[in-house]
Design a protein around this ligand. Structure first.
Ligand code: 5GP
Length: 182
């Protein structure tokens, strides 16, 4: 049974674990076993996903974090992105894997591809746990996607609503939202 506040459980912890394992296998197939991939986790939402994903991967890797803030319509122009924390490491000549929690309009991923692509990595791929294709506003290249979902606001497994629900081991839809999202 879902806890108070959660209307529907979309993906259980077991379903997520299985799918993350499959994604890790796909990623391993596309990367060399003798060249560490630079994993770039996008804070904060991807922190649970990346922790599970890297432990399921066999490819050697290094891990870094990048933090961005995106502003939706109503505050500033839609799709406006601000870089809050840049990488600590150089990615020039390295295979790079961006790890995102969810791709919605695609603005965040589009922005990350532009700024990281400009640093001349050897390759630049993206893994996201969730994608909402019906919401896409800009082209955002995704190489590994966990689950396609409809236009619903989801929480859990790292994803929040006003900083809550990140700790849930599953992904669910909220009962009702106290504030509009967009
Ligand atoms: P995009 O730039 O693709 O529109 O949005 C990406 C970011 O919006 C995600 O990294 C995430 O932080 C947030 N986001 C989009 N959809 C959802 C959702 O359904 N639930 C939560 N918790 N965050 C979302």
């Amino acid at each position: 049974m879902a806890p108070p506040g959660i209307r529907t459980i979309l993906f259980t912890a077991n379903q997520i674990r299985d799918r993350v394992g499959e994604l890790a296998c796909e990623i391993d197939k596309d990367h060399r076993p003798d060249e560490p991939v630079q994993v770039v986790a996008v804070l904060k939402g991807s922190f649970v996903f990346v922790a599970d994903l890297i432990r399921a991967m066999r490819t050697p890797l290094t891990l870094d974090f990048i933090a961005i803030a995106s502003y939706s319509a109503g505050t500033t122009s839609p799709g406006e992105i601000q870089l809050l924390k840049d990488l600590d490491s150089k990615i020039e000549g390295r295979p790079v894997l961006i790890v995102e929690d969810i791709v919605d309009t695609g603005h965040t991923l589009h922005y990350l591809h532009n700024i990281l692509g400009a640093r001349a990595p050897k390759s630049l791929r993206t893994a996201c746990l969730l994608t909402k294709p019906s919401r896409r506003a800009v082209t955002a290249p995704i190489d590994y996607a966990g689950f396609e979902i409809e236009d619903r606001f989801v929480v859990g497994y790292g994803l929040d609503y006003r900083e809550q629900f990140r700790q849930l081991p599953y992904i669910g839809i909220l009962d009702e939202l106290t504030e509009p999202l967009r």
